[in-house]
Design a protein around this ligand. Structure first.
Ligand SMILES: [Zn+2]
Length: 139
């Protein structure tokens, strides 16, 4: 995996960070998933989504629910700028599937890992199979 220090960091609001972790804990042992929005590329709000696969190793969002959430995001004056999901028992590293199904090169991909007692969150840009880890700055 590349770690390019020229990539700007991702700014994540504390509330959204906490919400992603809580959602992941509640959904465990299944994977949780959701969207993130904010002004510019700042990730300010977490939008919980249903994992229609109810799986411990994968996630998929309902397309209608996604459309509705994209509309709600627009109404708040935010941009859609991130996607999160959890790894209930694995490290916060994108799986082959995560990379294959990442279709938003501009979005931050957050993975919440519950593998260790203290949840760990990592962030990536995934562009056409290329994965770049991004530093998270919590505000
Ligand atoms: Zn994953």
């Amino acid at each position: 995996m590349e770690r390019d220090n020229l990539v700007p960091p991702c700014f994540l609001m504390k509330e959204a960070y906490n919400e992603m972790i809580l959602h992941s804990i509640h959904a465990s042992p299944y994977e949780a998933c959701g969207l993130l929005s904010g002004r510019g590329m700042n990730c300010e709000t977490a939008w919980k989504m249903r994992n229609v696969e109810t799986s411990e190793h994968s996630f998929a969002m309902d397309l209608d629910e996604m459309d509705k959430t994209f509309s709600s995001i627009k109404e708040t004056g935010h941009n859609f700028n991130g996607i999160y999901h959890s790894h209930p028992s694995a490290s916060p590293i994108p799986s082959a599937e995560d990379i294959q199904y990442a279709v938003y090169p501009q979005a931050f991909y957050f993975i919440v890992s519950l593998k260790e007692p203290k949840p760990e969150v990592a962030c990536y840009l995934i562009d056409n199979g290329n994965v770049t880890e991004v530093e998270i700055i919590i505000l």
